[in-house]
Design a protein around this ligand. Sequence first.
Ligand SMILES: *[C@@H]1O[C@H](CO)[C@@H](O)[C@H](O)[C@H]1NC(C)=O
Ligand SMILES: *[C@@H]1O[C@H](CO)[C@@H](O)[C@H](O)[C@H]1NC(C)=O
Length: 487
Amino acid sequence: MREGRRTSITGELILVCLASLSIVPQLHHATSTEGSVNKLHTHGKTELGAEEQVKAHFNERGKMQGSEVRRQLATSACQTGNSIDDCWRCDSSWETNRQSLADCAIGFGKNAVGGKHGSLYVVTNDSDDDVVNPSYGTLRWAAIQTEPLWIIFSQDTSIALTQELIMNSYKTIDGRGYNVQISGGAGITIQGISNIIIHGIRMFNLVPTGPAMVRDSPAHYGHRLRSDGSAISIFAGTNVWLDHLYLSDCTTNLISAIEASTFITVSNSYFTNHDKVMLFGAHPEDTFDTVMQVTVAYNHFGTGLTQRMPRCRFGYFHVFNNDYLDWKMYAIGGSQNPTILSEGNRFKASDNNNSKEVTKRVADGGNDFGGWENWNWRSSDDMFLNGAFFQDSGSSNIDSSLYEKATSFSAKPSSHVETLTANAGPFQCGLGGYLSCDSGTPNTYGGSGGYGSSPGWYSAGMRNHNIPVQAVFLLLFSTLSVVCMFI
Ligand SMILES: *[C@@H]1O[C@H](CO)[C@@H](O)[C@H](O)[C@H]1NC(C)=O
Ligand SMILES: *[C@@H]1O[C@H](CO)[C@@H](O)[C@H](O)[C@H]1NC(C)=O
């Protein structure tokens, strides 16, 4: 197998240019993809002391979340109790304060800064024809850069990725204001990197692609094996926040996090029509996945889902204030002694008598750690409808140290779930529309999002296609760095 030719001259020029623009961040990133194996042997690197972070999170239980400044935008009727949305959505200048979103994460992924402090980059080209030398203006050009970028869109945009989109650290993909969808091709890969925020996009009808040569940074491209048609694959990735996504109809998982990935939050997303929803930990022998800490909150697990909401191995999982509807096999499951704290969720079972149990202990042939009865899986203040039930196991004391690493935020009572998840999925309002597209206009994705169709989008409220002045300025600024590249 060939190794990617290094385009070192271009790479160095880029670095020189970026340095001159004083926006070279301190970051680490995947240095290479290997010839034949998609595995990068990173390290499960965590940037913040794990112990420190856990303590902080655990201390949050029972405390008011209103303490942070941005959460005190309050007053307006647009406050819903959703701690993430209430942090930015009532700000009428959200368009010029886009990067404030990075301060609004909760849970184990809350330190994901994404492209905060970086330039705004506007995707103007929906093509993905060249995955080795993508043009400036495409999503792929931005995703692979080494400096932080806050990526937005100039209009409704539909992208069919020719190959997996391999992201580099410190990026935000921010679909707010437009209907942004990635469908009909490959998905997104977050491998050996950190600090990614993906907000407000739709991903559906994704299929396996490759093998192929794919660029993963300005200085390197390499050979990739076939990708599996998952929407978002996190592989040794840390500090990742996925928020307000619409995910359906893919090929393997909708989301997977494996190989010692950790500090991840999946929130406010709308899942429908798919078999395997979320996989956290891939193999019974992957004991390094004990570092994994994942928060799953405020999501809508809608109709047509079968299993893995999520399926967990080894690590620590806080699943709170989600709405589960009619799972076909199970909702929350796993193997290898994961610790699972389920709080304030609403579980409505289907009418099928074989699909009433929320939980499933999966036999994967590995160590059973003394039997599943010893695994710490607890339901606290969950709501069960239509015969749904959660099989508890292990310690019943969720305030004991056993659950400390599975505690990331204060759950609200399950009676609030309908309100908290009413806007799951991308907001279906255009620019300027957030305040008019408020409670009373819940997001509904009528269609299946199935083949050939596009999940619901309507332009409720004002639709303003002008890019804010600041965005134009920042676009010019980032263009400078490109011009610089060709000096
Ligand atoms: C859009 O990107 C494609 C693929 O990189 C490129 O071939 C095309 O020239 C670009 N179009 C414009 C208008 O820049
Ligand atoms: C489902 O369970 C209920 C309650 O046990 C029972 O009355 C009903 O007949 C069952 N339905 C089927 C299709 O087995």
